[in-house]
Design a protein around this ligand. Structure first.
Ligand SMILES: Cc1cc2nc3c(=O)[nH]c(=O)nc-3n(C[C@H](O)[C@H](O)[C@H](O)COP(=O)(O)OP(=O)(O)OC[C@H]3O[C@@H](n4cnc5c(N)ncnc54)[C@H](O)[C@@H]3O)c2cc1C
Length: 402
């Protein structure tokens, strides 16, 4: 699309899943892109990530569908267990009816593998350049373009700037100026269990959630069934943000003394625990400032309880690329059109993620009994209807997309 090709590249701050997906989307429209990543190398830490059917729509739009499908484990259930009784509360079948309805599967992948798929495609694309050790500290702009100010003092000039620089985004700091993220008080501990150590009667091909008072556990098979990914969370009013700090098993166990022995045994199998104190932000309307736009966690960071943060970042990337193509050379209108198409869906996800934590993942007593009764009452067909807004959409807001 030569008419949309700008003389200067579009700059992307951040080479995470959102930044690389955006680079691919824009490059496929014939635009030159320069990704500026703060870290000394491009990569992802942490283990598993869940991908709804909407992620697969995005992979296909971005041209990496085949590679992404090849590395996924296709779970056949989302299963909710009561962490106090070790009984199943309900499950959602992810088999034929689910796939036929949403036109794609539900899967789990290793984050590093997913990031690697995007990185390989970016490296192979002639329109994409990648720079590491390049922290974007802020930006300036005029009618002709933007200038990203790097922490090193260097200035990098581009036609537009996408802030895909995550929860602590510097681009957002300048664009929205809404201070630091909100500390949720929820502490998440991550680990893996080699599959042969996992209790045989729990080696389910499912994304399993054990919900208990002020705590929950999630596990699923990963990396071709070599390991089970284990992510457990307790609402312990942790006051400070923390990311990836190594932690002893004794400390991890402290928040789970009250759950069923069977759930505690799973935690006991975890190796090399690390902890994160979760943060999110209030939804905001402002994601765009002229030639600058926010995307992914920089725009709408959410708790992980809908398992959709990365999926939303990929949908953003697809939508933004389409809008930049639809308004050639007019970034302000393109970014505003992107924002308008994405804001309701991502705001709903931010709000609903908190609601899930409070009403599904962590309630106790009568509140938990109500949860069990309400969730058990739904049929499989009703679950598919409930999920239609999320998995039945590509996130492009097709009705208005012209
Ligand atoms: C415990 C947990 C479980 C989760 N599970 C799921 C799940 O199952 N499914 C799902 O879809 N999502 C999940 N998420 C959410 C998902 O991880 C995030 O939403 C997603 O990684 C956001 O991608 P991003 O590219 O916007 O930001 P990030 O992944 O944070 O990437 C930002 C990138 O920008 C770089 N950077 C930062 N600042 C700058 C700067 N100033 N200049 C240049 N570069 C910079 C960073 O080094 C990084 O590479 C989970 C999150 C957590 C915490």
């Amino acid at each position: 699309m030569s008419e949309t090709r700008a003389a200067k590249p579009i700059l992307i701050a951040g080479g995470g899943i959102g930044g690389l997906a955006t680079a691919l989307g824009l490059a496929q429209k014939g635009l030159d892109v320069l990704v500026l990543e703060k870290a000394p190398q491009l990569g992802e830490i942490g283990a598993g990530i869940q991908l709804g059917p909407n992620a697969f729509h995005a992979f296909d739009y971005l041209g990496v569908g085949e590679a992404a499908r090849a590395m996924a484990v296709y779970v056949d259930k989302l299963r909710l267990m009561d962490a106090l009784t070790a009984e199943e509360i309900m499950h959602i079948d992810l088999g034929e009816a689910f796939r036929a309805r949403f036109k794609n599967p539900y899967a789990v992948v290793h984050r590093g593998d997913l990031h690697g798929v995007f990185l390989k495609a970016c490296r192979a694309h002639p329109h994409i350049a990648l720079r590491v050790d390049s922290e974007v500290a802020g930006y300036d702009q005029d009618d002709a373009g933007v200038s990203a100010r790097l922490a090193s003092g260097e200035r990098v000039v581009g036609a537009a700037l996408i802030g895909a620089d995550g929860l602590w985004s510097n681009v957002r700091k300048e664009l929205v100026a809404d201070g630091p993220p909100r500390v949720s008080g929820h502490t998440t501990y991550r680990s893996v269990i080699p599959t042969d150590r996992m209790a045989e009667d729990l080696r389910w091909n499912a994304a399993t959630l054990w919900a208990g008072p002020k705590c929950h556990l999630v596990h699923y098979p990963l990396s071709g069934w070599k390991v089970f990914n284990l992510v457990i969370t307790c609402h312990n009013d942790a006051p400070e943000p923390v990311a990836g700090k190594p932690v002893s098993k004794d400390e991890v166990m402290r928040g789970f003394a009250h759950v069923h022995e069977k759930a505690r045994q799973i935690i006991d199998l975890g190796l090399e625990w690390r902890l994160w104190v979760l943060c999110d932000r209030e939804p905001v309307e402002k994601w765009v400032d002229g030639r600058v736009a926010l995307l992914g966690d920089a725009a709408h960071p959410m708790l992980q309880y809908m398992a959709q943060g990365a999926c939303m970042a990929m949908e953003d990337a697809v939508c933004l690329s389409h809008m930049v193509e639809a308004f050639p050379g007019d970034f302000e209108r393109a970014f505003e059109a992107y924002r308008a198409r994405r804001i309701h869906r991502t705001t709903r996800m931010q709000v609903q993620s908190r609601v899930m934590g409070e009403h599904v993942y962590h309630p106790a007593g009568a509140h938990a009994e109500l949860r069990n009764a309400m969730l058990r009452a739904k049929t499989q067909e009703e679950w598919l209807d409930t999920l239609q807004w999320l998995y039945g959409s590509t996130g492009l807001d097709e009705k208005n997309f012209a």
